[in-house]
Write a protein that binds this ligand. Structure first.
Ligand code: UDP
Ligand code: MN
Length: 331
């Protein structure tokens, strides 16, 4: 099993926090596979040090000095920077098989059985189920595939501007060719799906194996209240058990001392106050934790965001808030 690995990517300190929680969640469920993190050159030294404690391998990927195909591709398509970085996972040829997981995923039980699957196995995307979601996928590292992906990307671009568009374009027969490459949705349960199909979530949500905090607002953007063990700004919805955001924060608070230690000689806001602590933009900041990102905006702006798919399901657009609004109309 030493030649198989879970792989993630973090190009900055925020996503690095997600990568830390992901690794801890994989380890606490007893994975027998290696853990590898690809990081960007902007990840700070203290974050790297913590990642090195949690991952077997931490590899800095700087497409600007990788010299060859990746560099050339990036020169032609600078808009696809993070996408190219993610595709870099195919270059990890010292592993025979890997499972890529976004840094905003959280593992809820052992998922080593994913290594029985073939390339490219992935779960359907909740927004367009004939596409797979690229937050969790099984792949076979190969320089040839990497080169072909870069060529595809440079030639065709990405229909959604990111890696998911490229990968669905490249592995274009995923929807129809082989059902064994369709991972059950519980291997990549998007937080979005909780609200788009609530009865299904109530029926099957407890079977979830991986939760994916897909979308604009990530777990580390919230404020966590240690004493209350609650996430501020998150609508408490007793019907929505289990509370995945809270689980993410409980793991992050267990890793937090490691980060604090690494930042010992720098002005790092531990984030721990009587009120709670936060995961976002913490490094170097002092003073009270910021408010959670519940933006002040007009209902017109909010409507526009909703229509563009930028819905804050865990915050202001939470089901309980929508329900309250409906009730006020009905009354
Ligand atoms: N990512 C990153 N830095 C960024 C954006 C993305 O490292 O600035 C990586 C990270 O692993 C992240 C993945 O690319 O989980 C995909 O992006 P994201 O999760 O934000 O997209 P979503 O799942 O919300 O569509
Ligand atoms: Mn994601």
């Amino acid at each position: 099993m030493a030649d198989q690995a879970f792989v993630t990517l973090a190009t900055n300190d925020s996503y690095a926090k997600g990568a830390m929680v992901l690794a801890q969640s994989l380890r606490s469920h007893g994975t027998s596979r290696k853990l590898a993190a690809l990081i960007g050159p902007h990840v700070s030294e203290p974050s790297r040090a913590v990642l090195r404690k949690l991952y077997d391998e931490v590899r800095v990927v700087d497409l600007m000095d990788s010299g060859d195909d990746a560099h050339l591709a990036l020169m032609k398509r600078p808009d696809l920077g993070v996408t190219f970085t993610k595709l870099h996972c195919w270059t990890l040829t010292h592993y025979s098989k890997c499972v890529f997981m976004d840094a905003d995923t959280l593992v809820l039980c052992n998922i080593d059985d994913l290594f029985e699957r073939a390339e490219l196995s992935a779960a359907p995307d909740p927004g367009w189920p004939d596409c797979f979601n690229s937050g969790v996928f099984v792949f076979l590292p190969s320089i040839d595939t990497h080169r072909a992906l870069l060529n595809f990307c440079t030639e065709h671009g990405s229909f959604d501007g990111g890696d998911q568009g490229v990968l669905n374009g490249f592995f274009s027969n995923w929807a129809t060719a082989d059902i064994s490459k369709h991972l059950p949705f519980i291997y990549n349960l998007s937080s979005i799906a909780i609200y788009t199909y609530l009865p299904a979530f109530k029926q099957y949500g407890h079977q979830a194996k991986v939760v994916h905090f897909l979308g604009k607002v990530k777990p580390w953007d919230y404020v966590y209240d240690v004493s209350q063990r609650s996430v501020k700004g998150q609508a408490q919805d007793p019907e929505l058990q289990p509370n995945f955001l809270l689980q993410w924060w409980e793991i992050f608070s267990s890793i937090h001392p490691l980060l604090k230690e690494e930042y010992s000689d720098q002005p790092f806001n531990t984030g721990i106050t009587q009120e709670g602590f936060h995961g976002g933009a913490g490094c170097g900041a002092t003073g009270p934790p910021p408010m959670p990102p519940l933006p002040e905006m007009s209902s017109q702006e909010r409507k526009q965001r909703w229509e563009q798919g930028q819905v804050d399901y865990l915050g202001i657009d939470a089901f309980s808030n929508i329900e309250r609004k409906l009730d006020s109309f009905l009354n």
